[in-house]
Design a protein around this ligand. Structure first.
Ligand code: TRP
Length: 335
C-alpha cells in the first residue's frame, strides 16, 4: 500500500528556542520516525526573504535551522530533508499557479490583512511596506506542497488558512486543466505542546521571553533562574499548575517524574531548588545535541551535502510533476 506523504516546511528566520523545540521540532522528528508515512521536510528559505532582507541573516538562519534539526536527531535517510531554493520546480510551479489563483483569494489571507489593518491604524497608506512577496506568499506555499503531492501537512494553527488556500488553488487547477494535483489536508498539532516562556505567557520571540535552545550551559542556567515565580518561601505549599517552572518540567519529563515533582510542590520545595533540578533535567537532554550543533555549525559542508542529497531525491518527484503541469497548460516542445 502507498504510504501517505507528510510534508512540512520551516521558514528559516531567527534562531530556534526551547518553545520551537517542544512545540514543533520534537513532535515533527517523532512523527518522521513513523514507518507508515513518507516524510518530507524542507527549509523554506525563499519564504524567509519575505520577512528578512539581510543576506547574512538569511544565510545564518538557514544554516542554524538545518543544524538544529539534524543535531536533534532528524534522520535524513528516513526523511527527505531539503532546501526550497534547491528545487527550481517549486518556483516554476509558483508562477503557473499564480496565473490561476484568484486575487480575491489572496486578499483574504490573514497575514496580508493584518499588515493592511496595521497600516490603516497608524494612518499610513494601506499598501505601505507590503511587498508582492507577502501578498502572494500563500501561492509559494501551495507550490511547496503541490509539487510533491503532499497529502498531510502538519502546521501550526496560523497556517491552516494557507493549506486551505493550497486546496482551493489545486482544485481550480484540476478543474481548469487536468486532474494532476493532489488535494492536501492540514494536520494541526496538539495545544498541549505549547511551551510557556520566562514570564508565563506562550514562549515566543515577540514576547521576549524565550530560552535559547543551543546556548551555553551557563546561559541556560541563567535563563532558567529568570523564570517568573511568586513570593512563596521554601516550605510553603505551591500550586504546580500555575507555575511556569512546573510547566517546563512537564515538557521534559515522563509521567512518574511529573507526579514526583507535583508532590514536591505540595511539600513546599523552594523556587531555587525547583529551578536547579529543572536546569539539570533540561541540560541533560540538550547537552549532546548542543555538542552536535556546535560541530555542524563549525563546518557547513556536512549540512550542505545532506541538503543536496535530499534535493536530489526530492527532485525525482518534482521534475516529473512539473512535466505534467507544463504539458497541461500548453508549455510544450514545438517539435
Ligand atoms: N509558512 C510556513 C510557516 O511559516 C512554513 C511553510 C512554507 C510551510 N511552506 C510550507 C509549511 C509548506 C507547510 C507546507 O510556518
Amino acid at each position: 500500500m502507498k504510504k501517505p506523504r507528510v510534508l512540512t516546511g520551516i521558514t528559516t528566520t531567527g534562531t530556534p528556542h526551547l518553545g520551537n523545540y517542544v512545540g514543533a521540532i520534537r513532535p515533527a522528528i517523532e512523527a518522521s520516525e513513523d514507518p507508515d508515512v513518507d516524510s518530507y521536510l524542507f527549509l523554506a528559505d525563499y519564504h524567509s526573504l519575505i520577512k528578512c532582507q539581510k543576506p547574512e541573516l538569511v544565510m545564518q538562519s538557514s544554516k542554524e535551522i538545518a543544524a538544529a534539526w539534524l543535531s536533534l536527531g532528524l534522520d535524513p535517510n528516513r526523511t527527505i530533508f531539503y532546501r526550497q531554493s534547491d528545487i527550481p520546480e517549486i518556483t516554476e510551479l509558483t508562477w503557473i499557479l499564480t496565473c490561476c489563483s484568484a486575487k480575491g483569494l489572496m486578499n483574504r489571507a490573514h497575514a496580508y490583512k493584518a499588515a493592511v489593518s496595521s497600516n490603516e491604524d497608524s494612518g499610513e497608506d494601506s499598501d505601505f511596506g507590503i511587498t508582492m512577496g507577502l501578498f502572494s506568499y500563500p501561492i509559494l506555499m501551495a507550490a511547496d506542497i503541490l509539487v510533491f503531492s503532499g497529502e498531510r501537512i502538519p502546521v501550526g494553527k496560523d497556517q491552516i488558512q494557507h493549506v486551505e488556500m493550497a486546496r482551493d488553488i489545486a482544485q481550480r487547477f484540476n478543474h481548469s486543466f487536468s486532474k494532476i494535483l493532489t488535494i492536501p489536508e492540514a494536520i494541526v498539532g496538539e495545544e498541549s505542546s505549547v511551551l510557556l516562556g520566562l514570564d508565563g505567557r506562550k514562549m515566543s520571540k515577540s514576547y521576549n521571553n524565550i530560552i535559547p535552545l543551543f546556548c551555553s550551559e551557563k546561559q541556560l542556567k541563567k535563563s532558567i533562574n529568570r523564570i517568573k515565580t511568586n513570593l512563596l518561601e521554601p516550605g510553603d505549599p505551591k500550586s504546580a499548575d500555575d507555575s511556569a517552572v512546573f510547566h517546563l518540567w512537564c515538557a521534559f519529563s515522563d509521567e512518574n517524574e511529573i507526579s514526583n515533582m507535583r508532590s514536591k510542590f505540595q511539600d513546599g520545595i523552594g523556587w531555587g531548588d525547583a529551578k536547579k533540578i529543572l536546569f539539570e533535567k533540561v541540560n541533560d537532554q540538550l547537552s549532546e545535541p548542543r555538542d552536535n550543533f556546535r560541530r555542524l555549525m563549525e563546518d557547513g559542508s556536512y549540512i550542505e551535502m545532506i541538503l543536496k542529497k535530499g534535493a536530489e531525491r526530492a527532485r525525482e518527484q518534482s521534475t516529473s510533476l512539473i512535466d505534467k503541469v507544463r504539458k497541461a497548460v500548453g508549455i510544450v516542445s514545438l517539435s
